[in-house]
Design a protein around this ligand. Structure first.
Ligand SMILES: Nc1ncnc2c1ncn2[C@@H]1O[C@H](COP(=O)(O)OP(=O)(O)OP(=O)(O)O)[C@@H](O)[C@H]1O
Ligand SMILES: [Mg+2]
Length: 501
């Protein structure tokens, strides 16, 4: 195998944190190379260095055996390296063609728009990868925007594609199309570096993997020589029992906890985002909501938690009408909310862990006597939750914003579940989290179900919905396209309902 890229002894420090510690990384021509590791292992940092976004403190990079200096993405692109970020860097008002043209500005290639349109169409046909060159980017879904980024990289004649968690917001069909494309590219000698937390994807598509842990490289290994358990062991330094749901069966009580009837809610633009939706969630039931984001899920959750006005219809919790009564009153009925935007809505990043933990109960006994806060009680309570929820943090006084993604999510769960909720509203509770944090959160939710909580679970991860839900409702264009019992559900069927088929 031809060595296309070598990164040697890469070290990158941020203050006291060594995000990359003398990492060696090699990439062959025409391979799909997985880059794995728990949250905070240093994957994105290493790729940001390769793409010229960060300068390493130590280490060297070689391409085809020759040492190169990559001081900016401009340098990286000239060397044939392209990165598809999670937050796309496209210009919304421009068309696909115009965005691709802008992407060529930093390269040696220049084509008129007509030529670019032809390239896009050829690419799209050759690889069966659909994209309409003439639509403005704002009209595209997340999956389609990702396609534009990939075509941009292709038109730049990239030889190395870096994809950082590319499948988090794709439908199953989009993921399948993406992987098919990556295999085509591999045949043409292009190399792909794929960062993902999904081990099935790794086993399915990668030739080799490199695993990082705590900023250090654990090893690089051929995929033929490992299974998922081996990978998990390399990632976490210990055995992780990878649980799969044994049988898809439904179990819940008859009592209705949440009743939603004929609900209509408007978006920020004043258009109907939720259209005449009705459903119930019972005691001990997990109702999954599947759907491509932007199909009304966010507005539905906001209406149920009182953050958005209900235009028509009603919401009842344990038989009591809570339509348009306000967030505080709804939450006080025993509703736990695990929001989509962890840093903006879920925690106050500048406040300490203990202050975040008592956000919902700081004005109540035993934390307050009505006037003053009792910090010794608060601190004891916070310590107990930190240990019970396995939040890894120096102590309870540090600001919440310094925690890693998985630990922030556990902090929110600790606070929300400690109120003994009757109803849990969870939006994308494990998005971006590594398998260990994901499992811990799944176990917490299943325990609450056992205790009789009703749970509304919104997720774009169909496997997660299949693993946890009793029933799955598919949202498309503001309506529910069907509620399917889990023992009759298939990923393919849900995938097609998600795109309105
Ligand atoms: N710009 C930055 N400033 C300070 N610290 C940073 C910065 N970028 C990363 N870090 C720290 O470096 C470490 C590695 O982070 P990195 O983002 O590379 O992890 P990752 O493996 O991509 O994790 P994840 O799976 O959560 O995306 C973490 O401890 C992170 O907090
Ligand atoms: Mg990352």
């Amino acid at each position: 195998m031809e060595k296309l890229l070598q990164m040697k002894g890469i070290t990158k420090r941020f203050g006291d944190i060594t995000a990359n510690d003398r990492i060696d990384f090699e990439l062959n021509k025409g391979e799909i190379h997985g880059l794995l590791g728990e949250n905070g292992a240093g994957k994105t940092t290493l790729m940001n260095i390769l793409y010229g976004l960060y300068t390493p403190d130590e280490g060297e990079i070689y391409i085809n055996g020759a040492k190169v200096e990559i001081k900016s993405p401009h340098d990286a692109i000239k060397l044939g390296i392209s990165m598809v970020h999670q937050n796309f860097k496209l210009i919304q008002s421009h068309t696909v063609i115009e965005n691709v043209a802008l992407g060529l500005k930093d390269t040696n290639f220049f084509y008129p728009n007509r030529q670019i349109e032809k390239e896009i169409r050829t690419f799209s046909e050759k690889y069966n990868f659909k994209i309409d060159p003439n639509v403005p980017v704002w009209q595209l879904s997340a999956g389609e925007k990702q396609r534009v980024e990939i075509i941009k990289a292709f038109c730049r004649k990239a030889r190395i594609f870096i994809l950082d968690e590319p499948t988090t917001m794709l439908t199953p069909n989009e993921t399948r199309d993406l992987f098919r494309l990556l295999k085509f590219l591999r045949e043409e000698g292009i190399s792909v570096i794929l960062i993902t937390h999904k081990l099935d994807e790794v086993m399915n598509i990668c030739d080799r993997v490199t695993v990082l842990r705590g900023g250090k490289k654990v090893g690089t290994i051929d995929i033929d020589r490992v299974d998922k358990d081996d990978l998990a062991r390399m990632m976490f330094g210990q055995d992780i029992i990878l649980k799969e749901r044994e049988e898809y069966s439904i179990s819940f009580d008859e009592d209705i906890v949440l009743e939603v009837r004929d609900l209509t809610v408007f978006s920020d633009k004043g258009l109907p985002a939720v259209k005449d939706i009705s459903f119930d969630i019972h005691r001990g039931e997990i109702l999954g909501i599947a759907g491509v984001s932007g199909n009304g899920q966010r507005e539905l959750i906001e209406a149920i938690t009182g953050l958005r006005k209900v235009a028509r219809g009603s919401i009842k919790i344990l038989g009591e009408d809570v339509t348009n009564v306000g967030t505080k009153e709804i939450l006080n009925k025993g509703v736990a909310h695990i929001p989509e935007e962890r840093m903006r809505v879920g925690v106050i990043p500048s406040m300490s862990l203990e202050e975040n933990i008592i956000l919902r109960s700081y004005d109540k006994s035993p934390f307050s006597n009505g006037i003053l806060l009792d910090y010794s009680v608060i601190s004891e309570y916070a310590k107990e939750l930190i240990s019970r929820y396995k939040i890894s943090a120096l102590d309870e006084k540090i600001p919440a914003g310094t925690l890693s993604g998985g630990n922030i999510q556990k902090l929110i769960l600790a606070r929300e579940l400690s109120i003994s909720p009757v109803l849990i509203i969870a939006s994308h509770p494990t998005q971006g989290l590594d398998i260990r944090s994901t499992q811990q959160i799944h176990e917490l939710l299943l325990r609450k179900k056992e205790e009789g909580c009703a749970i509304l679970l919104v997720s774009e991860d169909l496997q997660e919905l299949m693993d946890l839900s009793d029933r799955i409702a598919v949202m498309f264009n503001g309506t529910i396209r069907g509620i399917i019992d889990i023992d009759r559900a298939s990923i393919e069927e849900i995938g097609s309902l998600m795109v309105g088929v």
